[in-house]
Design a protein around this ligand. Structure first.
Ligand code: FO1
Length: 307
């Protein structure tokens, strides 16, 4: 069994690639929940839903989030009412948020609801929220403190950030399912998700980093930066704003002694030696999963590390 630490799109793509190309292994996804928000009284879990929809092959490739064949009638009416329509909820996607919110109100946990949604969509692998407790990312920016989705969607991650905090994280506990997956997996892969916004709040749930620190040789990560740039989202400029080098080396230095093996893009071949200097092994290969030849090279590289 292999556990993958996940944010949203990059992780979802990696999981579906591995599910397709590494059939002899069983995968478990441990997913960030610090992007979650309550809006219109509904609990919305973007990373859990992106992973579920992508593995179910019903994700919206064009938007990068939400469901395929989406319509927006509710959101348009909401906009006319002067409601909070900046965070666009599609009509089909809304059913997920209604279902989850009702189940949570009935006393179900996020873990249970994630399992029910995965079963409904016939997703074969366990999709585990890292914690069932409420944690929420806040960012101190040039224009004041913003919640994660205010920063990411309302301000299009276009404002300089000084500090990131994960509210509620000290009181949060990882679920038993997550701790069991992390301690019994043969290998653990950190997906090419945003290190500061998606993976950091997974590692920061008390007990998770401590457990992973005992397993360095079994942990690999795929760099989310290629030539110093993120394929999507603010990882590159956020790294600079918070004092980290925006490069594969910078990400490797940021994770430090947590990771035993790195997969970096061939564009960053000149950084391999410097990363090895951190005491880790490195595979250089194409990592862009949107391109089929490059995706299969990445899958083959990961497969040979797993075998
Ligand atoms: N991203 C956007 O850029 N604009 C949106 O209006 C938006 C709505 C949305 C609704 C449900 C959902 O599950 C995700 C949604 N996202 C939207 C994506 C989300 O903000 C981020 O991609 C993730 O939180 C980052 O991993």
């Amino acid at each position: 069994m292999i556990t993958v630490l996940c944010g949203g799109v990059g992780a979802a793509r990696l999981l579906s690639l591995l599910e397709r190309e590494a059939r002899e292994f069983k995968f478990t996804a441990v997913v960030n929940v610090a992007d979650d928000l309550v809006l219109h009284g509904l609990t919305i879990c973007p990373d859990l839903d992106t992973v579920t929809y992508t593995l179910a092959k019903i994700n919206n490739e064009v938007m990068g989030w939400g469901l395929v064949d989406e319509t927006w009638r509710v959101n348009k009416e909401l906009e006319k009412l002067g409601g909070q329509a900046w965070f666009q909820l599609g009509d089909r996607d809304m059913a997920t948020h209604l279902y989850r919110s009702q189940r949570l109100a009935e006393g179900a946990t996020k873990t249970e609801v994630a399992r029910e949604l995965a079963a409904h969509h016939k997703v074969g692998l366990p999709i585990l929220p890292v914690t069932d407790e409420h944690v929420a990312t806040y960012l101190e920016t040039d224009i004041g403190e913003l919640s994660f989705q205010e920063y990411f969607v309302k301000h299009r991650h276009n404002v300089p950030v000084y500090k990131i905090t994960f509210r509620g994280i000290e009181e949060a506990t990882p679920t038993n399912e997550v701790m069991a997956a992390l301690s019994t997996s043969e290998r653990i892969i950190i997906a090419p998700s945003n290190p500061l916004l998606s993976i950091a709040p997974v590692l920061a749930v008390p007990g998770v980093r401590e457990l992973l620190q005992t397993r360095r040789e079994s942990i690999a990560a795929v760099s989310p930066l290629i030539g110093g740039r993120a394929l999507k989202g603010p990882a590159d400029h956020l790294m600079s704003e918070l004092g980290f080098e925006p490069s594969s080396y910078g990400v490797a230095a940021y994770y430090g002694d947590l990771v035993g093996h790195w997969f970096i893009d061939e564009v960053d071949i000149d950084q391999a030696e410097k990363i090895e200097g951190l005491g880790v092994s490195v595979t250089v290969l194409p990592t862009i999963m949107a391109e089929p030849t490059s995706a299969s090279a990445l899958a083959q590289g990961i497969l040979s590390w797993l075998s």
